[in-house]
Design a protein around this ligand. Structure first.
Ligand SMILES: Cc1cc2nc3c(=O)[nH]c(=O)nc-3n(C[C@H](O)[C@H](O)[C@H](O)COP(=O)(O)O)c2cc1C
Length: 214
């Protein structure tokens, strides 16, 4: 009788062991996934800079159609060793769209409508992973292009330091930065902005940005 129980017990233990091996063997990939998941979990607890030391805490986000603002954004990113992101419209602006001599063209029509929100091509800016955002835009009819409004309303800027800088044909930054600041509803910390001319050197851009102590 005893021997039968021992045999039965051994059989049950063997089955259990086989099932366990089977499940572990069959789940080789999930085991690796679990390892990754716990690693990701650990990383998630660290501040972004510590999670990826190669990453800057500053993101330069820019919108540019004819290149002037892109050039300024690149100077800023270089000066600050910042990451850079281009705000791209889902529907690109043609040169006809930008013709401000014709008030019926796209850019001008959008600027006259403060509820216009041209769609973004993507929402992949890593705003969450950066503590300061340098926002770089051209002046269109005294303000930032409406797509910059779309950008600001598409992410959470809570607690971020925001630095607005712009290019233009001659106008100053005017009320454009104050208008943008309203779109983050008091949740972000906006610094005073500045307009740069295309002729402003990399060093001039650098000196001004460095003075902010980001
Ligand atoms: C629709 C439109 C409106 C503009 N309005 C102004 C303006 O009010 N004041 C100004 O100085 N420049 C104005 N500009 C000129 C741009 O601000 C300037 O060319 C800017 O550097 C363009 O930047 P980008 O080359 O990065 O697109 C306007 C340009 C466009 C297309």
């Amino acid at each position: 009788m005893m021997k039968r129980w021992v045999t039965l017990l051994l059989a049950v233990l063997t089955m259990f062991a086989l099932t366990a091996c089977g499940s572990e063997g069959g789940k080789a990939a999930p085991k690796a996934e679990n390892a990754t998941a716990s690693k990701a979990g650990e990383e998630a607890k660290l501040p972004p800079a510590a999670a990826d030391p190669a990453k800057s805490k500053i993101l330069v986000a820019y919108f540019s159609c004819t290149g002037n603002t892109k050039a300024l954004a690149e100077k800023a990113a270089k000066a600050l060793h910042a990451d850079i992101y281009e705000i791209v419209p889902e529907k690109p602006y043609t040169s006809d769209d930008l013709n401000y001599n014709d008030e019926t063209t796209r850019a001008t029509v959008e600027q006259k409508d403060d509820s216009a929100r041209p769609a973004l091509a993507d929402k992949n800016a890593d705003v969450a992973g950066h503590s300061s955002i340098v926002l770089v835009y051209p002046i269109w009819w005294g303000q930032a292009p409406r797509i910059v409004d779309t950008f600001l309303e598409s992410y959470d800027f809570t607690g971020k330091t925001m630095v607005p800088i712009c290019t233009s044909g001659g106008s100053d930054i005017g009320s454009s930065a104050d208008y943008l600041a309203k779109l983050t509803r008091g949740k972000a910390n906006w610094k005073d902005g500045k307009r740069f001319a295309a002729s402003d050197s990399e060093d001039e851009v650098k000196e001004w940005l460095k003075s902010l102590g980001l």
